[in-house]
Ligand binder design. Structure first.
Ligand SMILES: *Cc1c(COP(=O)(O)O)cnc(C)c1O
Length: 214
């Protein structure tokens, strides 16, 4: 199968409530452009340098999502164009994003990354840290927290993955009662996006299932 066929197959599986971020990290510009030419314009990258390089070279109506760990000192390189930052994992980072957004006369949409993986230490906030940041975010005029992001443990243990997705989705629903602006739950990648959707994901981040011929 070709990239386009795998992309269309996945797109077909998604209901209109679930949006697809095509994870284009490490992929060539021409591979990405195959999907752009087919009408897709939401791409996820995890490295600042690579995202800037692709932004500079590619059509300007592409929405670039930062999905990887973001260092505070690199926010300035993406603040003029990034469309959604999935990986906000500290108050310090959010304050810097707010500052750089302001300098660029923009409001930058953000997700708080919650650490839900039990078996690996990945980046992410605890639930109580996330709630604290949500409260403080009211005071920041140039960011908007739109929702939450999480990654399940990289494992074949479906029971474990399901319990982690359930945990995040449960926290998302409860948090949404208090912070009504939240409407994105970014959860699910190539190996687990179907399970994530069953648990209420509204945004999946899929790379290898589209780009790799397996
Ligand atoms: C790489 C990556 C993905 C996509 O992973 P695939 O398994 O290739 O679909 C999703 N989310 C994050 C944060 C990633 O770094």
């Amino acid at each position: 199968m070709m990239i386009i066929e795998r992309f269309l197959t996945i797109l077909n599986e998604l209901s209109s409530e679930v949006s697809l971020v095509v994870v284009s990290k490490t992929r060539s510009k021409s591979a990405l452009m195959e999907l752009y030419d087919a009408g897709h314009n939401i791409f996820g990258e995890n490295k600042v340098r690579e995202m800037v390089e692709k932004f500079d070279a590619l059509p300007k109506d592409i929405q670039w999502h930062m999905i990887g760990h973001l260092q505070t000192n690199k926010v300035k390189y993406i603040a003029h164009f990034v469309s959604l930052i999935h990986s906000v994992d500290s108050l310090k980072l959010l304050i810097e994003i707010n500052k750089r957004a302001k300098q660029n006369n923009r409001i930058i949409d953000c997700l708080l990354q919650i650490n839900i993986a039990k078996e690996e230490t990945k980046f992410g906030l605890t639930k109580s840290e996330a709630l604290e940041i949500l409260l403080l975010s009211n005071k920041m005029t140039n960011i908007k927290i739109k929702g939450l992001m999480g990654m399940a443990t990289n494992s074949i243990d479906l029971t474990l993955i399901k319990s982690e997705f359930f945990d995040l989705s449960d926290f998302y629903k409860k948090t949404k009662l208090k912070f009504k602006n939240l409407d994105i739950l970014s959860m699910g990648m190539s190996g687990d996006f179907r399970t994530a959707i069953e648990h209420g994901s509204t945004m999946v981040r899929v790379g290898s299932a589209i780009f790799d011929n397996r």
